[in-house]
Design a protein around this ligand. Structure first.
Ligand code: GLP
Length: 240
């Protein structure tokens, strides 16, 4: 794992976005694995600015998102489909047919998982962006998830629902389930870029880098991937 320590969230967003910009300049038809949450918002803003300066284009880029809440219509402001369009896709020249976010609408969620998994099997993700949950989740792979899993419906832990409550009016509104790429899917990416910012991530970043590789801390599997870059700010890196 390559660890890049930076001062604060602004520098983290700049350094991490530059890695993605470098890739898009080298490979304009790259396939990106994308993430939601607070962590990547600054990075996405930098990508939009780089696009506006005509340094990069998304015209030939394909994207696959990690996860989606169950039970929210795509039009809901907090669906990850909506999040991605609001924070990135609406502002760049990506083609809608090249955007992939798991669909978690309807009754047959297993069929939705299978369909998304099939898409992932056909794709090769050049760079997978990840945040990290306070409990070590990546995507929505909660502690205890087998490292062998592929796209599945996950029951969110109380901690994750509590952490994500800030985006909703109340805890009751936070979905109880999500569809997520499995750990095995994530590990297929050629390269992984994980970003972590702030005090709340200190322990998780320590476990990620120095902890044992264990399913009780899903992100620890990244120690076994051959090309991982972790960009952490001072607060998140405090225990390293
Ligand atoms: C969310 C997402 C993850 C994200 C993580 C951390 O629930 N499913 O993909 O990495 O939790 O989010 P944040 O960046 O807001 O701390």
């Amino acid at each position: 794992m390559k660890i890049i320590r930076v001062k604060d969230y602004q520098e983290l967003s700049r350094v991490a976005s530059q890695l993605m910009i470098d890739l898009l300049q080298k490979k304009p038809n790259a396939t990106l694995g994308l993430a939601t949450g607070s962590s990547p918002i600054g990075l996405y803003q930098n990508l939009i600015q780089s696009y506006q300066r005509q340094e990069i284009s998304f015209a030939e880029v394909k994207t696959y998102n990690l996860d989606e809440y169950c039970g929210l219509p795509r039009s809901h402001p907090e669906s990850y489909h909506n999040f991605m369009h609001r924070h990135l896709f609406h502002h760049v020249d990506i083609k809608e047919e090249n955007v992939h976010v798991p669909s978690a609408e309807g009754n047959n969620l297993q069929a939705q998982c299978d369909a998304y998994n099939e898409l992932l099997h056909q794709a090769t993700i050049d760079l997978q962006l990840l945040g990290i949950g306070g409990n070590g989740h990546i995507g929505f792979n909660e502690p205890g998830t087998s490292f062998k899993t592929e796209t599945f419906v996950v029951r969110l832990t109380d901690k994750t629902r509590e952490d994500n409550k800030r985006f909703f009016n109340s805890l009751d509104e936070v979905p109880t389930h999500a569809i997520t790429m499995g750990i095995h899917n994530i590990m297929q990416a050629k390269e992984i870029l994980l970003i972590a910012s702030g005090k709340g991530k200190q322990q998780a970043v320590y476990e990620l880098v120095h902890g044992p590789v264990t399913e009780t801390f899903p992100a620890s599997i990244l120690q076994q991937h051959s090309h991982v870059t972790v960009v952490v700010d001072e607060e998140a890196a405090a225990l390293l």
